[in-house]
Design a protein around this ligand. Structure first.
Ligand SMILES: C[S@@+](CC[C@H](N)C(=O)[O-])C[C@H]1O[C@@H](n2cnc3c(N)ncnc32)[C@H](O)[C@@H]1O
Length: 267
């Protein structure tokens, strides 16, 4: 398999490859599929959630291109499957620039391969928890002009950043550097709607992800809302995945998502 880097530990599941499996992708191993199955058994519906999440991502990117955004920084972008941000954005407007960032070597390796002939998109291996380093990366700067509005996507990724690492400060680290008219697109697993049974199911899911290099946390709607501090929330605001400008029938209750716009005059 030419997409498997030599230094991959095939005995340890990866959050990126488990997500790929949930989406029906082919860049995963039996250790990932077994971990994903254990998570799904503990919290049925997880596959529905990731598909609803992906569908929100598609609608969000289309919305932003329609609003004139021509550059996207997709943090924690995952292993490319179908409906990738560059396909959506460049399909809506040719020449839209997209930089994918992920910590997972397979996500970035596969991304670089499929983007080899795309002059307006690339994939960079980096840790999103270091905003300065990401924003100063030469490949990021070669494609993205930070003096123009851009969209930062943090879709289904901040639940891999524990409170102790202050994910709110991480988000602010990106937003502080961006000009007015830039946007934050975010989705996040929440537990406000969990029943007691789902809470105990999530505890098993947490233990499953503990085996990966990306332990998972779940937050309340109020904690997720705090990521949008200082931004104007685009209507309909912070809502369930299936309630953000839906264009198909989907139901998944235990996440929240939204888009915030950095206010101020556009230079
Ligand atoms: C659940 S997937 C989400 C993929 C995509 N954003 C989506 O919503 O379809 C989360 C991704 O975040 C990546 N990730 C986790 N922690 C990260 C970090 N600190 N820096 C960069 N990527 C990270 C994982 O490798 C994985 O590919």
């Amino acid at each position: 398999m030419d997409w498997v880097p030599e230094d991959i530990d095939l005995t340890r599941p990866s959050a990126a490859r488990m997500y790929d499996y949930f989406l029906g992708g082919s860049h995963n191993f039996s250790v990932d599929r077994e971990a994903a199955a254990a998570a799904e058994q503990a919290l049925p519906g997880v596959r529905l959630a990731v598909r609803a999440n992906r569908s929100f991502l598609r609608r969000a990117v289309k919305y932003l291109v329609g609003k004139g955004i021509r550059q996207f920084l997709d943090l924690g972008s995952g292993i490319p499957t179908v409906g990738n941000v560059h396909e959506i954005a460049q399909g809506e407007c040719y020449g839209t620039r997209v930089v994918y960032v992920d910590i997972d070597p397979i996500a970035v390796g596969h991304g670089r391969r499929i983007l080899a002939d795309n002059p307006d998109a690339t994939s960079v291996r980096a840790d999103l928890r270091d905003p300065l380093r990401v924003l100063e990366d030469p490949e990021v700067r070669a494609l993205l002009d930070l003096d123009q509005p851009l969209a930062v996507l943090m879709v289904a990724v901040l639940h891999f950043v524990p409170d102790a690492e202050d994910p709110w400060a991480v988000v602010a680290g990106y937003l502080d550097r961006l000009v007015p008219g830039s946007h934050l697109v975010l989705s996040h697993g929440t537990n406000d709607d969990f029943s007691d049974e789902e809470n105990s199911g999530f505890e098993t899911v947490r233990q499953v992800y503990q085996r990966t290099s990306s332990p998972i946390v779940v937050r309340t709607e109020a904690e997720v809302a705090a990521f949008f501090t200082g931004l104007e929330l685009v209507p309909p605001g912070l809502v369930r995945l299936s309630d953000w400008r839906p264009d198909s029938v989907e139901q998944w209750k235990s996440w929240r998502c939204g888009i915030g716009r950095k206010p101020g005059p556009i230079g």
